[in-house]
Structures are given as C-alpha cells and as structure tokens.
Design a protein around this ligand. Structure first.
Ligand code: UDX
Length: 437
C-alpha cells in the first residue's frame, strides 16, 4: 500500500520504517531539511535498537523515502499518518497547533480519497476537530481515524512489529477495511485489532499510560511505607505480582517514572478531566507523588554526609530516563542532580547513551566520565539513577578500590541486599532495609 507519514519524530520514524518493512511504499515528510537530508543518506536521527537495520534495508529497497514537501507526501499516500508533536501547554493540556495546521493543509491539497490517521497522542475529540478542519477545505472524500501508538522507547521496533493489540478508532467501514489490511501482517500471531469509535480510541491511550504511571506510583508508595515498617518491597512485589489480576510487570519501585509519555499524558488527562468538569483526584496524587519520588534519596544522601555535601564527589550511573534510550526528558536523574549541585556536590557522571543529551542540559556543571568505572575514581559515593544492564553485575572489588567510601545509593534496586552486606558496602536502596549503615 502507499503510505505517507507526516512528522519524523520518534513515533513517525518508527511507524514509517516498520510499515516499509512489510512491503508498503512509504514517504516520510518533515519540515526540517537538514534532518531529511541526513535520513536520505541513511542516518537514523534517534537512538533506538534495531531501527538502523530496518532503516537501511528499506531505504535501499526504495520502499522508504523522505521529503520536505507536504504536497508530495499528501499526493503519495492512500493512508496518511499524522505523527506530529503534541507538546505540553503551559496549563498541562496537549498543544494541538501542529496537528490542526497540517489538517488545514491536507484539506486544501488532497484530491482523491484518503484515510487520515491520528497517530499522535491527542485528547478526546481531536479526530472530530481534524475531520471538521479538513472538511472545510476538502473537495474529495476522506476519513479520519484514531490509531494510538503504544511504543516503548528501547523496544519500539519490537512493539510495532509484534503489537499486543492495535486500537483503531473509526466510524467508516471503508477506512476500517484499509486499516485492517495494513495491519494484518503485524497480527498474524492472533493478537487483536480492536475497532471502536474515535473518542474511545483516543482515550485508550491516555487511560493506558495513566494506569501504568499509577501502578508504578502505587508501588513507590508501598516502597516508601516498607522502609518505615521494616518490610521488603521486593518480597511484597513478588507476592503481589503472582496474582494474575495484578501481574508482575510495572511493579518495580524506584526514583519515579519519566520520559516523553507518562508525565505528559497523566497531566493532559487530568487537565482534560478538568475541562469536562471531572476532577481526576487519583492523577493529581500520582503527579505529586512522582515529583517527590525523584528526589526521595536526597535526604538519605544528605544524612549520610551529615548535611554537608559541599565538595563531596558523587559518581552517578545512569542519566537516561530508563535503559536502552538516550532520552533524558523528565529523567529522575535531572531532578536529583539539580538538587545535589544546589547543595555543592561535585558529580562525576556516566551513561552508555545519554551523555550528549545530558551535557546539553548541564554544560560544565558536571564531570563527564569515559566509563562507568572512571566515574568512581575518588568519589565519596555512587548514586544509581537508571538500571542499564551493564550496571547490574559490576566488579565489586574494583568498586571498592575506586570509591573513597564503599557507599551506594541505588534508585533502581539493582543489587541483592545480602550480597551488598557480605561485600561490605553501605547500601541504601528503595523500599528495602539499608545495610552496613
Ligand atoms: C511508555 C508506554 O509504556 C508506551 O506504551 C507509550 O506508548 C509511551 O510511554 P516509555 O515512556 O518508552 O513507554 O517507557 P516505559 O518502559 O513504559 O517506562 C516509563 C517510565 O516508568 C520509565 O521512567 C521507567 O523507569 C518507569 N518504570 C517502569 C518504573 O519506574 N517502574 C516500572 O516497574 C516500570
């Protein structure tokens, strides 16, 4: 099929590339000429495992093309994906200006039947707005469909190629048939394509992300309570997770959720609720708790150093908001590093992928280390903010040799408490007893 994707951010790029992989002819449109030139030369503008392989293969096969011309993009596709940014407005709602201005152009430019697909995360009612704007200008038939993405950064290619479900919000038989045809190669395993009305599809995305953010936040509260009463959150989690109604996933406590989706979507749903005269009390709490959770280790670090962090060197492992990405948006590491710098600490940082992004945010306020071990040299303690796999099994002897004091503040519960105790580390984690303190 002929597909156009408008916007080559994270979602657009993954969508376009993966749709080309199943044999579709895809044109991706972006206004950024430098970016388009780079992509034409096979350069992937983001770090995402496996994307480079698919990217190269499909460009070579001539199935994946890039242009800055919206007119060319709109002429090409029978299905047109809108993967445009919906940044957070000052009041927390999603800013739809990109989506709506492109919709206007679509109305003016299309001259045969097209399915316009909202892929961006947009508030309930957006498909209706997009439809109205296109209808004002269009002289041909078209349909608007909502098709939210559920891609996790770091696993986006896998999530796209083998989705657990595909949600299609459509009130047109013709559009639904085309969407089913497009997605049929991705659901051979029998996973469902769930067709519903557009509003329910739009809400499904917000509800899913807000639920997951709430699930994590609930566990963070349980972890904080565990510390007060001497329970072990790892045990509680294991006990809870085996109940199939609860499930094992997304029960890992830590220093809070971050990223480009959860924080933005929770806030947007809360704001959308308010606009509809509904007060999402649970989401208000989730936002507050998560914000506090990001610096939950700070009082403990402070106490360890007798409230005097001035001139203390802290090694920081993990800066990205989660492993397998270079994304630092809303990363808990930022909140805690800001607070530590404020108190006069010196930070020696390392992350396998996020160093360039974090250096743009912090400049010369941080010392950037070449490796996880060099970050430890002459440091008074180690702080872990992201659970990259390489941090999971470090050489403990090397750690003890390099650190001035064998002290670890672990925001992601990477190590077994008993191991830490035997190895002689002072180890402070989340929702578990502190050892050798
Ligand atoms: C999320 C959704 O999972 C995806 O479906 C949606 O489309 C986009 O948003 P992503 O932001 O890439 O994906 O990351 P995800 O793996 O879901 O993690 C989100 C945050 O929650 C991370 O900061 C992570 O560290 C945190 N998290 C996750 C926990 O703190 N505990 C957990 O148990 C799981």
């Amino acid at each position: 099929m002929k597909i156009s994707v408008i916007g080559t951010g994270y979602v657009g790029l993954v969508t376009g590339t993966c749709l080309a992989e199943t044999g579709n002819e895809v044109i991706c449109v972006d206004i950024d000429k430098t970016k388009v030139d780079k992509m034409r030369n096979g350069e992937v503008p983001i770090y995402e495992p496996h994307l480079d392989v698919l990217f190269e293969r499909n460009i070579k096969a001539n199935r994946l093309k890039f242009t800055t011309s919206l007119a060319e993009g709109l002429a090409h596709g029978e299905i047109i994906f809108l993967a445009l940014p919906t940044p957070e407005d000052e009041d927390g709602s999603a800013d739809l200006s990109y989506v709506l201005s492109v919709s206007e152009e679509i109305g003016k430019k299309i001259n045969n039947y097209k399915v316009i697909v909202d892929k961006s995360t947009v508030p309930v009612g957006t498909a209706e707005k997009v439809r109205a704007i296109i209808a004002e200008n269009a002289s041909c038939e078209f349909d608007v469909v909502s098709n939210p993405e559920f891609l996790r950064e770091g696993f986006a290619v896998d999530d796209f190629m083998k989705p657990e479900r595909i949600v299609v919000g459509s009130s047109s038989e013709r559009a639904t048939t085309l969407m089913k045809k497009l997605y049929s190669p991705f659901v051979r395993s029998g996973n469902p394509i769930i067709v519903m009305d557009e509003k329910s599809a739009e809400l499904t995305k917000y509800a899913s992300n807000s639920f997951l953010a709430t699930k994590i936040t609930f566990m963070n509260e349980i972890a904080n309570y565990c510390e007060r009463v001497g329970a072990d959150v790892d045990m509680v989690r294991a006990g809870m997770g085996t109940d199939s109604r609860i499930g094992r996933r997304f029960l890992f406590p830590g220093i809070g959720y971050g990223g480009s989706c959860f924080p933005k979507d929770v806030k947007a749903l809360k704001k959308a609720g308010k606009d509809a005269d509904y007060d999402f009390k649970i989401l208000k709490s989730v936002i507050e708790i998560n914000s506090a959770q990001k610096t939950i280790l700070l009082p403990k670090i402070d106490a360890y150093f007798n409230d005097d962090l001035k001139g203390k060197t802290i090694a920081v492992w993990g800066l990205a908001f989660k492993p397998e990405t270079d994304d630092i948006r809303e990363a808990p590491s930022i909140a805690i590093m800001d607070a530590l710098l404020e108190k006069g600490a010196i930070l020696q940082v390392f992350d396998p992928e996020a160093m360039p992004n974090i250096s743009k945010r912090f400049g010369d306020k941080l010392t950037y280390s070449e490796s996880m071990y060099s970050a430890l040299e002459e440091a008074d303690a180690l702080l872990i903010c992201t659970e990259w796999s390489i941090f999971r099994t470090p050489d403990y002897n090397k750690l003890k040799e390099l650190l001035r004091n064998p002290v670890i503040f672990d925001g992601r519960n990477l190590y077994n408490i008993n191991d830490m105790e035997t190895e002689g580390f002072t180890y402070i984690s989340i929702g578990r007893k502190a050892v050798n303190l």
